[in-house]
Design a binder for this molecule. Structure first.
Ligand code: SOE
Length: 390
């Protein structure tokens, strides 16, 4: 069986998610399209790199990502660094003939996202694969929703309401990690989480053509933590800790018009107490509606207009063996999948794309399209007008 050697850059939270998925993929998907081999892990912090080698079972570790790019035995690169490093690493990896899975958002600036999409385009002829980690597209319930829409069962889409609400930064004493620094993160909730629901909305309803938005920063400064590790609000610092300014948004909200004529709204915040990973999608069509909530990941709600008045309402489809990836994950209804299985499905699609020479649906060009929407959102927050996505 073909083996593909993996180089992982960035051994934090997302690095762990990629490793779990590379390791588990052949256990679910067998025979696997190819078997990933954990070859090199890189982190700029030497102790984290060394620790990740032991913990995750890599053959070696390094602190300079160029060692991965220059290694001719590495076939696949996962980019799990803070956002400002994506472009340099991903472009170098593609140019070196490696397949790249890059965490979202694709990049911090339009210039960088265009450069990444161009680099991916230039190596397409050599069957080099680029992929942006928009893993929520792989949720079986979301795939079923897409199928229901494409079959025409809810008619023409009129409206899409999408939210991505979390609470991990709602406490003012949650430390100032790189996610609150524009230079490193590019944006706050807009890049970090709104991008997921922009991608999902476009996946279900087609491209967004215009937006009018508002960006808010509620907590203007936060305590500075030691070290660069992103604790995602799991640690709270004392009131008397040294504080520094936050220069990104805590909340993004915008109205959208789709190319198709549908309209909708997107909201994202990490300051919503009580909401944890509250990704919701509600789509209203001329013949019915669908509703999805990540906090109930294995369920999809559907309502069909054709049902009799006295019997019409949302019903719950419980995803399992009869749905996408259901037979290879857990083949008893109700056993359910979670974040780990989702990342595993994403890695399967990445490796399958490489082996079948089939560019994935979330290739860099699609990441760049999401970035164009973010640009229009930022522009509109300044101009307070509708802005065209271009
Ligand atoms: C933090 O908000 C975060 O880790 C995001 O960066 C991810 O993209 C999201 O899927 C989970 O939350």
């Amino acid at each position: 069986m073909t083996k593909l050697n993996v180089g992982l850059v960035g051994a934090g939270f997302m690095g762990k998610a990629h490793v779990v998925a590379y390791s588990n993929m052949p256990k679910f998907f067998w025979p696997a399209p190819a078997v990933p081999v954990l070859k090199t892990v890189c982190d700029i912090v030497p102790e984290i790199a060394a620790d990740a080698k032991e913990r995750f079972g890599f053959q070696q570790s390094c602190t300079d990502w160029r060692d991965i790019i220059n290694d001719p035995d590495i076939h696949v690169v996962s980019v799990c660094t803070p956002n400002n490093a994506h472009e340099e690493i991903a472009v170098a990896a593609l140019k070196a003939g490696k397949h790249v899975l890059c965490e979202k958002p694709i990049a911090n600036t339009r210039k960088a996202s265009e450069a990444m999409a161009a680099a991916a385009e230039s190596v397409k002829k050599d069957d080099i694969i680029s992929m942006c980690a928009y893993q929520y597209r792989r949720i079986p319930a979301v795939l079923r929703a897409k199928q229901i829409i494409d079959e025409g069962s809810i008619g023409k889409i009129l409206n899409v309401r999408a939210t991505y609400l979390q609470s991990w930064s709602a406490d003012p004493n949650s430390p100032l990690s790189w996610r609150f620094q524009k230079e490193v993160a590019g944006a706050g909730t807009l890049g970090d989480i709104a991008t997921h629901v922009i991608d999902l909305s476009q996946y279900l309803a087609g491209d967004i053509k215009e937006v009018v938005s508002s960006l808010k920063t509620y907590i203007k400064e936060r305590p500075v933590q030691e070290g660069g590790v992103d604790l995602l609000g799991t640690v709270k610092l004392n009131d008397d800790a040294k504080k520094e300014a936050v220069d990104v948004d805590d909340e993004t909200s915008f109205l959208v018009k789709f190319e198709s004529g549908a309209v909708g709204s997107i909201e994202a915040t990490r300051n919503a107490w009580g909401r944890n990973n509250f990704i919701t999608l509600e789509v209203h069509g001329t013949e019915g509606s669908i509703f999805f909530n990540y906090e109930r990941l294995n369920e999809l709600q559907v309502c069909f207009a054709k049902d009799p008045d006295n019997n019409r309402g949302f019903k719950t489809i419980y995803t399992g063996p009869a749905h996408f990836y259901g037979e290879v994950t857990w083949n008893i209804p109700g056993m359910n999948i979670g974040y780990g299985e989702l990342k595993t499905i994403e890695i399967y699609e990445f490796i399958r794309s490489i082996v079948e020479k089939d560019q994935p649906s979330t290739r860099f060009e699609v990441g760049n399209q999401v970035h164009k929407v973010c640009d229009a959102v930022s522009k509109s927050a300044q101009s307070e007008n509708w802005e065209i996505v271009q």
